[in-house]
Design a binder for this molecule. Structure first.
Ligand code: CDV
Length: 322
């Protein structure tokens, strides 16, 4: 049985603070139609796809920030996405801000089957930034204020994707930089990782200069390494362009299990890229160099789960036997 499908990244250009969800959803439906016309059976939208990247704005009272969150999915405003998916027979990944009925807030992503059912849900674990207003920073990054760390772990599910099935996992933005996150997915034989991101094109921190071209380099390095080391495909989709004066880089990519980039966005605007995936290609890495059952040595990995921060090593000096 063929295990092929066509994957799409539906990159979004900027969404301004004043724009409502209706604007974003309309653009997303058009991107879904475009992806379908290009043969795609699954389409991946960015992190927090329905609004501007609001964690750059400080809000003293979080109760006044409720309008940034989804309180139900689908809602009246997001229903057109679900309807388009049903009509086109296309599954989609959506990143959004979630507020639960008991008042908890998460940076969340779901994979929605064309039937409209949520096949997989994930809440972002690695929240970057800070919790309180930081007067030293030129731009705030308040994800730690707006969200609590995800409580669902890194789940993987085998679910229909187009005419085949695949083992699906989700990461969100900053998670892609953490090899632990990829490996937990890899240990569940993930075959397709869907992830969205909002990454500023400049590092506005004042603690040292990061060359601008390295921002994209580090993003792609992380995604390519994650795919290669865990023998999986990834669709990594950006929100791009200038939102209310703040620039986010694009460079959405589709990567194969060898870590090669199959397709890359060329604009910083709404854009669809597609690539064919053949999930049988995940088996080579999984059964050879990254055959975890044969080669992993978890007895030496205790620090990975027992320690959070790094520790300075012991010091050795010449004349001192080791
Ligand atoms: N939304 C993000 O998680 N952004 C981070 C930025 C702050 C570095 C990222 O890892 O891209």
């Amino acid at each position: 049985m063929s295990r092929k499908t066509v994957l799409a990244a539906a990159q979004l250009g900027p969404i301004q603070r004043a724009e409502g969800r209706g604007v974003a959803v309309g653009r997303m439906v058009r991107l879904m139609e475009k992806a379908h016309s290009m043969g795609a059976e699954v389409v991946v939208f960015p992190e927090l796809a329905l609004t501007t990247f609001f964690p750059r704005w400080y809000e003293e009272d979080l109760n006044r920030a409720d309008h940034w969150y989804e309180h139900a999915l689908p809602s009246n405003e997001t229903a057109p996405l679900f309807e388009a998916a049903r009509k086109l027979g296309i599954g989609f990944h959506l990143g959004y801000a979630e507020k639960t009925p008991d008042g908890r807030r998460f940076n969340t992503a779901v994979y929605v089957h064309p039937s409209g059912e949520v096949a997989l849900k994930y809440r972002k674990v690695h929240l970057p930034g800070h919790k309180e207003y930081d007067p030293v920073r030129k731009v705030q990054h308040l994800e730690k204020r707006y969200f609590e760390p995800g409580d669902l772990g890194f789940p993987v599910v085998r679910a229909p994707v187009g005419g085949t099935e695949a083992n699906l996992g989700l990461l969100i933005c900053n998670d892609r930089r953490w090899p632990e996150a990829w490996r937990v997915l890899g240990l569940q034989q993930v075959e397709l990782v869907m992830l969205g991101y909002n990454t500023p094109s400049l590092n506005m921190e004042n603690r040292g200069f990061e060359a601008h071209h390295l921002r994209v380099e580090h993003s792609q390095l992380s995604i390519r390494a994650g795919c290669y080391q865990n023998a999986c495909y990834a669709v990594a989709t950006a929100k791009a362009g200038t939102e209310d004066g703040h620039e986010l880089f694009g460079h959405s990519v589709i990567v194969n299990p060898q870590g090669e980039i199959l397709a890359q966005a060329t604009t910083w605007d709404d854009e669809v890229i597609v690539a064919e995936a053949d999930f049988t290609r995940c088996e080579l890495g999984r059964s050879t160099i990254f055959d975890f059952a044969r080669h992993r040595r978890p007895e030496h990995y205790a620090r990975i789960v027992e320690q959070v921060g790094s520790e300075a090593p012991p010091v050795w000096r010449p004349g001192q036997s080791s």
